[in-house]
Design a protein around this ligand. Structure first.
Ligand code: PLP
Length: 428
């Protein structure tokens, strides 16, 4: 099924060497619907990448598409800077009614430039402005984007190496589980914050992902996150939860921290917030910390009007009651069972992640890439994550029909079986 021949010269001739996903997925895609994509040669692929969690509701959801087409056909506003528009009003109203109010959240919504990194930049700047402090505590294997402020909080040395300048203003500490089960790394954080001679400057904020998406699907224990939140507040720091990848239902609830008994001061959202794969990012902030002056964190594309249209439909369609959330719980169990089977194929392999953000650490990037490559040949798009790309990571659209989901999981299993078998024969 591989379609290497349709990788036309134009991409290698003209597209920058900075391109990435397309290198391991050599097809030219022409259409997509739900959880499947079609390439230029008519091959169909099941999507277990979902725009890296930007397509949680699948490709071209019919209700979002219809609303967007209607908006465009009626000469609705396409770009409005941050002017009041009917679409922004409708989105905010739906978000308030179905997301914020039922969760008892009084957060204000700040629209930033449309990338996740820009939301993180705004969150870090805001915490610094609120507290008058500059240091931010971030964690090993955290990924928060690649613009300089966010990159300083990102762990990965490959990405950090692209900065070209020192990355300042962040103290790094071990994430939950980083030192093994015997050590609770929240103890270290507490000691560092309490000891006036630890050398750690008083933090403006502590930023974390509850499940580290790019960092290898490390899922923090709820009690660890709760302790970090309590420590932040005890030491005058804001808690920033970066929910850009783990939010919008990915872990089974709208926010990834919902069952952790915490109320973050700042939450960053992007990726699936538009519901349709359109660029849109925002920062949710407790009202008392909403202190940026007008346009102090500026941006021409603060709020994407077309994205407001689809984001409103996504909220009303999937989050007005708990039916979708129940489906996610059932699908997460299917995923865990399949991945346990995969883990049994590889000695030492470990199941990682939470909800519909799970994968298997197969021990090496080479093996994980081989499994993903074989899966692609069989009609499945799936990627790796982790510091050495050693985790085969399933990020299917949350709306994937059960039969397609099981079919995709079977492809991953078959691919893993074939690759491990070939490796065994080669080693003999
Ligand atoms: N934060 C998290 C947790 C992410 O996973 C990502 C991207 O993968 C970002 C921030 C950066 O988002 P963007 O790529 O839209 O700048």
């Amino acid at each position: 099924m591989t379609n290497a021949s349709n990788v036309t010269d134009i991409f290698t001739r003209r597209e920058s060497e900075a391109r990435s996903y397309c290198r391991g997925i050599p097809a030219t895609f022409v259409s997509a619907s739900g959880s499947e994509l079609k390439d230029s040669e008519g091959n169909t692929y099941i999507d277990f990448l979902a725009g890296c969690s930007s397509l949680n509701y699948g490709h071209n959801d019919p209700d979002m598409k219809a609303a967007l087409i209607e908006h465009v056909s009626n000469d609705g506003i396409a770009h409005g800077l941050d002017l009041h528009t009917d679409t922004k009003s409708a989105f905010l109203t739906a978000f308030e009614k179905h997301i914020l109010e039922p969760r008892g959240m009084d957060h204000k919504v700040m629209f930033t430039g449309p990338t996740g990194a820009n939301a993180v930049e705004a969150a870090m700047k805001l915490a610094r402005k609120v507290t008058g402090r500059s240091n931010i505590i971030a964690f090993t294997n955290g990924f928060h984007g690649v613009t300089l402020g966010a990159l300083a909080a990102t762990g990965n040395s490959y990405h950090r190496g692209g900065a070209g300048v020192p990355l300042n203003g962040v103290t790094r500490l071990p994430f939950d589980g980083y030192m093994g089960e015997a050590m609770d790394t929240a103890d270290l954080l507490e000691a560092m914050l309490t000891d006036a001679s630890s050398g750690a400057d008083a933090p403006a904020a502590i930023i974390l992902e509850t499940v580290q998406g790019e960092g290898g699907l490390n899922a923090a224990r709820p009690e660890w996150v709760k302790r970090i939140a309590d420590l932040a507040h005890a030491h005058g720091a804001l808690l920033i939860v970066d929910d850009i990848q783990a939010g919008c239902g990915r872990t089974g609830t709208f926010f990834s921290f919902e069952e952790m008994d915490i109320q973050p001061d700042i939450i960053t959202q992007a990726k699936s917030v538009s519901g349709f794969g359109l660029p849109m990012a925002m920062v949710l902030v407790r009202p008392e910390y909403d202190i940026f002056g007008p346009a102090e964190h500026n941006g021409t594309f603060r709020g994407n009007t077309h994205a407001f249209v689809t984001a409103r439909v996504a909220i009303e369609k999937f989050w007005a009651d708990d039916a979708f959330q129940k489906e996610l719980a059932a699908k997460s169990m299917i995923l865990t069972t399949a991945l346990q089977e995969l883990a049994e194929l590889v000695p030492g392999a470990r199941l990682k992640g939470r909800g519909l953000m799970q994968g298997v650490d197969v021990g090496s990037g080479e093996l994980a890439s081989a499994i993903c490559g074989r899966a692609f040949e069989k009609g499945l798009i799936i990627e790796t994550s982790g510091p050495n790309d050693e985790v085969v990571k399933v990020l299917a659209p949350l709306t994937t029909p059960e039969a397609t989901f099981r079919k995709g999981l079977n492809i991953v299993l078959e691919a893993a079986r074939e690759v491990t078998e070939t490796n065994k024969i080669a080693a003999e």
